[in-house]
Design a protein around this ligand. Structure first.
Ligand code: FER
Length: 246
């Protein structure tokens, strides 16, 4: 299935809760930078949500997975516009009673920004290993492990696995202010972060959790960015929190 956003097709997978309810609250679940909606940790998070009575809508963002657009042309503005379109699509589904957001890494940053923009719609927020430091790093001229002059952003940035990213990605990231988005959202937040994350330091998730008015932090000891060692502990953290939310 595709959700249309200004002519761009976003690949989406909508699944009902395990309890078979006719009407249900929904979690929109978003992957990270270079990721897609079929990754193990994305499917795992969605599965727990469906077991807890939520439907899930996993979506590939611009330039990722089976969605339209080129990786090199993706930016956080495009992803924000995508997320708003997905939220509006989901809100209009007759069976959906409530909108919740979950995202991993860059998708975690994205849902933090989208929750602020749609604060009157988004009931709950779960950033997983959120890459909330991307804007700050872009302003400092340090993205993807490479260093550049933030006042003269190069036309191209070479990403991990040698994929090319347009310099506009960095210019756009420089304009984003995560603290403002955090201050604008006061619904319940669960941040799950491994303390051996090699890509987004645990302290980034810890700081965001401390800044939210109403957040809990689940620290996964010894785990990596995608919960390679303790996927079960990430699932357990989400499950426990969702059960307490009910
Ligand atoms: C970066 C560090 C982490 C970066 C992106 C990420 C674009 C995102 C990681 C992810 O979504 O998994 O410097 O630059």
């Amino acid at each position: 299935m595709y959700i249309l956003n200004d002519g761009i097709r976003l690949n989406a997978v909508l699944e009902p809760p395990v309890n078979g309810a006719e009407k249900y609250p929904l979690f929109i679940v978003i992957h990270g930078f270079t990721g897609d909606c079929e990754e193990e940790h994305i499917r795992a998070a969605a599965r727990v949500m469906r077991e807890c009575g939520y439907g899930t809508l996993r979506v590939d963002m611009y330039g990722h997975g089976k969605s339209d657009g080129q990786f090199r042309d993706h930016t956080l503005y495009k992803w924000i516009t995508n997320a708003l379109a997905v939220i509006d699509y989901a809100k209009a589904l007759p069976q959906v009673t409530e909108i919740n957001l979950c995202g991993h890494s860059q998708g975690g940053l994205l849902v933090m920004l989208a929750a602020a923009l749609k604060r009157d719609t988004v009931r709950r927020l779960i950033p997983l290993s959120p890459a909330a430091m991307i804007p700050e790093q872009a302003r400092a001229g340090q993205l993807l492990g490479i260093t550049f002059d933030p006042q003269h952003v190069p036309d191209e940035l070479v990403s991990w696995d040698d994929r090319i990213l347009d310099g506009n990605y960095a210019r756009i990231a420089q304009t984003i202010h995560v603290e403002e988005a955090i201050a604008a959202y006061n619904g319940p937040v669960l941040i799950v972060h491994g303390d051996a994350d090699e890509s987004v330091p645990f302290e980034v998730g810890e700081k965001a959790a401390a800044e939210y008015e109403n957040a809990e932090l689940a620290r996964i000891p010894g785990d990596t960015h995608c919960f390679d060692y303790h996927l079960d502990l990430m699932e357990e953290a989400v499950r426990t929190w969702l059960i307490r939310q009910a």
